[in-house]
Design a binder for this molecule. Sequence first.
Ligand code: APR
Length: 233
Amino acid sequence: MRNWLNESNHTVIYTGAGMSTESGLPDFRSSGSGLWQQEDPSKIASTDALNNNVDAFIDFYRTRVLSVKDYKPHKGHHILADWEKQGLIKSIITQNVDGFHQKAGSHNVAELHGTLTKLHCQSCGKEYNSEEYVNKEFYCECGGILRPSIVLFGEMLPQETFQFALSEAEKADLFIVLGSSLSVTPANQFPLIAKENGARLVIVNREPTELDRYADHVIHGREIGKVLAEWNS
Ligand code: APR
């Protein structure tokens, strides 16, 4: 695998929640521990929840904002940041909203699903820092509710980010998926777009994913941090 990295001219990394479990954050669909094993996402992570179930919505997202502050990037995030510095990888497309790639020093990061590090008013759009949720401030000066600047189920992905990720997937000659079940559209289209444009597709995921059959190389049952450390030696 390391030789594929060395040979490649445009490597793109694609990460999901499995990239941050070794930092202590839960993912969504791991059997037993995933967030969506305990909560129904449509009832808690949707615009409907924001409008009709606001106390549960606030409670759920305040907990996630606090956990992102309590935990930090692990060695794997730092290896990816080093690889960007060395020119080994060109960009990271992430579904994660924890901001850990940037915290570890990565710059070229496309956050497909937004970020928990920022809030904005659902009514007037004014931006706030996620500290407001820590301090239990949930309303904007205009009276509107503050919500994390993430993509809720039923919302469009940020267009500019989507276009950047699309152009990166089209340019990739090596596309490496790290820690995603690849079960959510349209985010799960990027590995296929890369493959269709001639990239080698590698999937590193503890459990099987929905796109394994399209991959040139699949690694199951291994922790991402260890796999990245091996490729980094
Ligand atoms: N090493 C390797 N794989 C891991 C590790 C690890 N340390 N930890 C977890 N995994 C794998 C799990 O086996 C799981 O299949 O990571 C995968 C994470 O998949 P999901 O929990 O479905 O997370 P993700 O693919 O990022 O979800 C996509 O769904 O709810 C939405 O917006 C949310 O961005 C999220 C999207």
